[in-house]
Each structure stands twice: as C-alpha cells, then as structure tokens.
Design a protein around this ligand. Structure first.
Ligand SMILES: Nc1nc2c(c(=O)[nH]1)N[C@H]1C(S)=C(S)[C@@H](COP(=O)(O)OP(=O)(O)OC[C@H]3O[C@@H](n4cnc5c(=O)[nH]c(N)nc54)[C@H](O)[C@@H]3O)O[C@H]1N2
Ligand SMILES: Nc1nc2c(c(=O)[nH]1)N[C@H]1C(S)=C(S)[C@@H](COP(=O)(O)OP(=O)(O)OC[C@H]3O[C@@H](n4cnc5c(=O)[nH]c(N)nc54)[C@H](O)[C@@H]3O)O[C@H]1N2
Ligand code: SF4
Ligand SMILES: [Mo]
Length: 674
C-alpha cells in the first residue's frame, strides 16, 4: 500500500484569494490538488476552475509544452520542431546580442504580466531585461494603471488598503466595481458572506455578489463619478461629512464643495440611472460608519476610470472613514507597502545602464508595426494574442517575418503559435517560490511537489541560462532562488522550511489599521481632494462628476469582466472548463433582446468597426438596458473567427496612464442571418 503524504503550497494565480493548497502525494506522484483546510481564506476548498485545471491540463504532459520548439511553418500556423535548450538559447542569445551590439537594446521588448504571481517567477526575469536595457511593455497598462494613478493623486499611495480582518469592526462595506463571486470566490463565499454590517455593491450587472447585497446600486457604466458626487451631497445633507477630519487631514475642500453642492441626488440619479431614494439610503448606511470601501479593478477600466477612482476615494476622505478599525479603502494591498517585502530587490531596476523605456500595451500593436521591423519581442507570463486589444491587427503584426518573437509558457497558446522560439515553462507545482496575497495581508509558500514536466524550467532559470549564453557577467543575473527566498522572507523572521510547514502566515497576527498615523505620502502630506500634481500632469485639478456619454441609440456598451471559469485566458484549454463555458455568449437585457428580435439561444452578430463576432444570446435582466455582458477569457484560436472579445476593442485608453479602457467598447448586436 502506498501511503498518502501532503505538501502545503499556495495558489499563485492573479486572484484576490491566494488560496492555501494541499497537494496530496501518493508515492512520488501527485494524487490530487485540493484546498488547505487550515487556510483561513479558502478553508479547504479550491475554486472550480483551479480544481479542474490543477487536476487536469496543468499536470497533463500530453498538453503541456515539454521541450523548446523552433518554428517551421508560417507564423500563427503552429508548425514547430523540437530543439534542445542549448540550440534554443543559442538562437535567442544570438538575436539579442546582435541588437545590443548595434546599440539597439531598446528594440528588445519584454511583455509580461501575472501568468504566475509568485514573486521570483513574476519579477526576477526583469533583472535580465533591466540589465540589457530592454523596453518594457508597461504591465499594469493592460489592467489597472489608471486606478493606481488616480488613487495616487488623492492618497499618495495606491497599493495600501484596508486589512480585510478589520471588517469585524465595520458597519458598512461598499464593493464598487468588483465582482468577487468570480474574481475572488472565497473572499466572496466567506469574507463577504460573513460581513457583519450593511453590504452595498455598485455594479451595473447583477452579479452573484450584487444579488446578495443589502443595497445594489446599478449605475450605467462610466457614470460612477456622478454617483459618488450624489452620495457626497446626500452625506452632506445628513451631516455625515466629518469637518474635523477634513480640516486636519485633507486639502482642497473649499474648491470641491461647490461641485458637491451642485450634484444633488436627483441630478446624480438622472445621470446614473440609480434612483434618488437608493442614493440616499446608501449614503445613510455608509455615513453611519465605521465604513469600508473596496475599489474593484473594473472601475478604472473605463475611459474615465482614473477620475472614477479619484472621485470614489472622496467618500472615506470626507467622512473620516480612514485610519480607524473598520474603515479605509482597498484597491490592492502591495507586498512592499503593507508587508515590508523588498520587491525592488527582485527586478533590480538599478541594474539599468540606460534610461528606463516603456510603452503601453495600448501601443504595442502600433509599436510592432513601426520601423525598425526587426525588433525582438519576448513574451512570458502573458498571452497577448488573447488578452490585448486591437486583436486582429495585433495578430497581423505578430505575423511579420521580420519580428523575432520568443514565448515562454506552459501551453501552446495563441501567442505561442506566433513565436519563432517557444520555451516550456514550469508550473507552480514544480518549483519553490513565495506568494503574497494582494488582498489579505498574508504570505505563503509555493512548494515544489514534483519535477517539471519534460524539460520545462521556471521563468527565473530560463533567464539565468539565457544570460549565461549571452556571455553576461553580472552576478545578480545568476542569483539562486534559495538566496532570493531568504532575502524576501527577512522581514518575517521565518525560514522557508518553517513557512512550508505553517502554510500561509500573517506577519502581523492582529488586524492592522492601515493609514493609522494619517500621514499620506502626497506633496502636501494630506489627502488631496484637489491636486496640483494631477494638474501638472495635465488632468483636472479636481475630480469631475460629469458622466461618460451614453452609447448612441442602437449601440450597447460591452462589459467583458472576469469569468467564473477562466483566469484571464488561462484555463480555456481545459476540456472540462470548455464544456461548462461553450458556447461563447453575450447576455442582453430582455428589452434590448426584444428590440433586436433576439431570443435566448439565438446566434447574434456582435460588431463594431473593428470586427464581427458570432455569439450566442442569453436574455436576462442581470444586465441593464444598454449593456451587453460577455466575460473575458476565451482563446481566440478556439472560435470560428479566430478572434475573441478583444477583437472588438480598438485599444481604448482611459484618462490616465495610457491604460486600458476596455469597458468603454461599444457594439451593435443583430440577429445572424439564417
Ligand atoms: N476584454 C477584456 N480583456 C482583458 C481584460 C478584461 O477585463 N476584458 N482584463 C485585462 C486584465 S485585468 C489583465 S490582468 C490581462 C491579463 O492578460 P494575460 O496577462 O495575458 O493573462 P493570461 O491570459 O492568463 O495569460 C497568462 C499566461 O501565462 C501563462 N503562465 C502561467 N504560469 C506561468 C509561468 O510560471 N511561466 C510562464 N512563462 N507562463 C506562465 C499562462 O499559461 C497564460 O498563457 O487581460 C486584460 N484583458
Ligand atoms: N475567475 C477569475 N478571477 C480573476 C480573473 C479572471 O479572469 N477570472 N482576473 C484577475 C484579474 S487580472 C483582475 S484585474 C481581477 C479583476 O476582478 P474585479 O476587480 O472583480 O474586476 P472585474 O472582474 O473586471 O469587474 C468587476 C465588476 O465591475 C463591473 N463594472 C464594469 N464596468 C463598471 C463601471 O463602469 N462601473 C462599475 N461600478 N462597475 C463596473 C463589472 O460588471 C463586473 O461585475 O480579477 C482577478 N481574478
Ligand atoms: S484562482 Fe483564486 S480561488 Fe482559485 S484556487 Fe487560485 S487563489 Fe483560489
Ligand atoms: Mo488584471
């Protein structure tokens, strides 16, 4: 009989939950990957998608990339031959060295994001790219950069939120533009379900999270700032603005106040579609306090997303809901700002000898099309062919024979099909690392449970070997994982061996009150309601209430947020997930469906000037009139058109940081011809 043993590890996906995982071993192999019953966040379960993927394609050698590959056919065709690591790295090193020798290091582009969020595999390769002086495609520009910038103007810091454990002290929580029922299912199932006070969800869609709320406000997408001003007006009327806090800890109230006065709840109701009584009820609940505010990542993915963040942050700032138990706001909890981890050590920006250059994901396609055409593009932890806007043109740009593309991934993704060289990456079950949650203030081990499949290597090892092939001498490029892990754990006084035994730990055992000292790293040292810094960057001095224009009649705003069954585009190649998610759908309000003669199950043509997709219609009032809902995450190559929902996004930019405004996309929907 073979005895079962188990290994504790942590899920490193880009997810609010950061679940504790128990890998049950039988002999030397994995029997099953399950949730860690002792983890306070997930309490023994994993989400459906990870349960299927980690016990499916992620461990299936017949699906994983196992050896380096060299392209033999046309780009995009998917024809490759096996080569050795030596050959593959020789080819890549040769191309990169020749660009560097010609003084063209900036024509080496690195695009990466959160395929894995374990700290070394997520950041260490940037040592290599910093050292050689490559151009970085700004990672957050595909996700939430506008939110970071907008919130930064107000608070001076965007990656320091509330400690979810202080929820026990709160009487009200607003979840604004987040849908944890999909994006953080255990936060939703446990933390939110157990929230002791009034839960307000602000989301145009009646998500499962919104359906459970005490109050669900449904502003039309892009009208959040008007709603925030209406709430502030109502709070002022019921004398819930905290004059003493405003006086001591903020600047600019006298400039802001006239705008608040102008935006009565009635005016905000007309602009947003949320009724005046709903605005007043929500203001009363939030104003009673202590109150918390969760700013979801979708809130900043609108053309006015940076402004929406600035405006929403006025709620805690003007009601004094900050720096006390049960208060505060949370966008993301950065591991550096909230746990003292030395994140800069991983990527070592100081190794650069040239000025850092970066471009936005919104400009990637145009940048590839522009001369010189013989650039090098290295993609790791990312699947641009599925996730980026301007999909048709991007795929076209990736087809250029002049471009030299290298993709490191676990799977033959659509992006990998366009690569000249494909490198097999090891999964989180196959190497040690550290995972820090971006919601909870916890840190967990990523523990190696088995040898990498085939010849796959962790990201960090791929770039160590490439640096060696290129003849680079800088010792930092070769630092071993164990030394890095020790360095990263220094603030916690715990060894990696201890962390693996204990599983997820909270460096601070008691709930932390973030911003307790009320010292804000803004230019004034106070919360900036009016911002000279924003003005200097070309933005309005004050947050603006004006809503985004509604779509033209006959058009719908398209929302494409997180799906319950996908992790961005990861997992679309898991057959049991496909079964649950096929066909690709768009959900329409009954009135919008009826106006187009569409019924449940019909095929519709969803189009704009960029593309036309065929999607199956779902009819439900979970979607408000004027909005279509079609979650992200499908592989373009899996659809008949070879495109996914991102073919409909021309690369819309938000108001700040040249960052994505994917939720500003507009489409027409009509019945497919019989
Ligand atoms: N329409 C629409 N588009 C969106 C969004 C939206 O809301 N709507 N959201 C945007 C957002 S928020 C984001 S963050 C981006 C995300 O977009 P991406 O960063 O492209 O995320 P994924 O599609 O999950 O691709 C990550 C890839 O990393 C691979 N991977 C996993 N682990 C490893 C590893 O250890 N090493 C390597 N080398 N690879 C690994 C996975 O197999 C996967 O192919 O998409 C954006 N695109
Ligand atoms: N299952 C799963 N989990 C994920 C991901 C995934 O793809 N799948 N992706 C991960 C990543 S990269 C990220 S960034 C996070 C994102 O996770 P969240 O922060 O939850 O953000 P989204 O899922 O993009 O959207 C959340 C909600 O915002 C609403 N929304 C859209 N536009 C607006 C608006 O203008 N105003 C308001 N008030 N609401 C709006 C949408 O209807 C949606 O229900 O999730 C992470 N977790
Ligand atoms: S993706 Fe999120 S919910 Fe699923 S196992 Fe990982 S951390 Fe948990
Ligand atoms: Mo994201």
């Amino acid at each position: 009989m073979t005895c079962e043993t188990s290994i504790r590890t942590t899920c490193p996906r880009d997810c609010y939950d950061s679940c504790g995982i128990r890998v049950v071993m039988k002999g030397r192999g994995i029997d099953r990957v399950t949730g860690d019953p002792e983890h306070s966040g997930n309490r023994g379960s994993l989400c459906g998608k990870c349960t299927l993927a980690y016990n499916g394609v992620w461990r299936d050698p017949s699906v994983r990339l196992k050896v380096p590959l060299r392209r033999t056919g046309r780009k995009g065709e998917g024809a490759f031959e096996k080569i050795s690591w030596d050959e593959a790295l020789d080819i890549v090193a040769g191309r990169l060295n020749s660009l560097i020798d010609d003084g063209r290091a900036v024509d080496i582009l690195t695009a990466h994001y959160t395929g894995t969020c374990s700290v070394i595999a997520n950041q260490f390769p940037m040592r290599f790219f910093n050292y050689i002086g490559a151009t970085e495609v700004e990672p957050d520009s595909i996700c939430n950069l506008s939110g970071h910038i907008g919130l930064g103007y107000v608070m001076g810091e965007s990656a320091k939120g509330f400690d979810p454990r202080t929820a026990k002290d709160a009487s009200c929580l607003i979840v604004w533009g987040a849908n944890p029922s999909a994006s953080g299912p255990h936060v939703d199932k446990h933390w939110l379900a157990e929230f002791p006070g009034t839960l307000i969800v602000i989301d145009p869609i009646r998500t499962p999270t919104a359906a459970r709320a005490d109050i669900h406000l449904r502003p039309f997408p892009g009208t959040d700032a008007a709603l925030a001003f209406g709430l502030l007006h109502a709070l002022k009327q019921i004398r819930r603005l905290d004059s003493a806090f405003i006086e001591s800890h903020t600047v600019g109230f006298e400039e802001l106040e006239p705008l608040i006065n102008e935006w009565s709840p009635a005016r905000a109701a007309a602009a947003t579609g949320v009724s005046e009584p709903e605005i007043r009820t929500a203001a009363e609940a939030y104003g009673a306090g202590p109150s918390m505010l969760w700013l979801g990542q979708a809130l900043c993915r609108a053309p006015t997303g940076g402004n929406a963040f600035r405006t929403a942050a006025l709620l805690p700032a003007l009601t004094g809901n900050i720096g006390k138990p049960g208060t505060g706001l949370n966008f993301l909890n950065g591991k550096g700002p909230t746990r003292g981890m030395d994140m800069g050590y991983l990527g070592r920006a100081d190794l650069r000898s040239n000025d850092a250059v970066s471009i936005s994901h919104m400009d990637l396609r145009a940048h590839l099309e522009a001369a010189p055409h013989d650039k090098a593009l290295l993609l790791w932890n990312i699947n641009v062919a599925a996730s980026n806007p301007d999909q048709r043109k991007l795929l076209n740009a990736l087809q250029s024979e002049d471009l030299f593309t290298v993709v490191a991934d676990l799977f033959m993704t659509d992006s990998a099909r366009y690569a000249d060289i494909v490198l097999p990456a090891a999964s989180f079950l196959e190497f040690d690392d550290i995972v820090g949650s971006y919601f909870h203030l916890s840190v967990g081990p990523q523990s190696k449970a088995l040898e990498p499949v085939g010849e796959a290597l962790p990201n960090q090892e791929i770039f160590r070997r490439l640096a060696a092939k290129m003849g680079l001498q800088e010792p930092a490029l070769f630092e071993e994982d164990r030394a890095i892990i020790e360095h990263m754990l220094e603030p916690f006084g715990i060894t990696f061996e201890e962390l693996k035994v204990r599983g997820t730990v909270y460096p601070e055992t008691e709930p932390v009150v973030l911003w307790e000292n009320l010292d804000f790293p803004t230019p004034s040292g106070r919360i900036e309601l009016a911002s000279t810094e924003a003005e200097g960057d070309g933005h309005p001095r004050l947050p603006e209430p004006e809503p985004l224009a509604r779509p033209l009649p006959n058009q719908l705003r398209l929302l494409t947020p997180a799906s319950e069954w996908h992790m961005n585009s990861s997992y679309d190649n898991e057959p049991r997930i496909r079964e649950r998610t096929d066909p690709a759908t768009i959900t329409l309000h009954p009135d919008d469906a009826a106006a187009r003669g569409l019924m449940e199950g019909d095929e519709a043509q969803v189009s704009n000037e960029n593309a036309t997709l065929t999607l199956t219609v779902r009819v439900s009032d979970m979607t408000p009139p004027g909005v279509g809902w079609a979650p992200k995450g499908r592989w373009p190559g899996a659809a008949g058109e070879g495109l996914n929902i991102n073919a409909l996004n021309p690369g819309l930019r938000s108001d700040m940081g040249n960052s994505t405004a994917v939720h500003g996309v507009e489409v027409t929907v009509r019945a497919s011809a019989c």
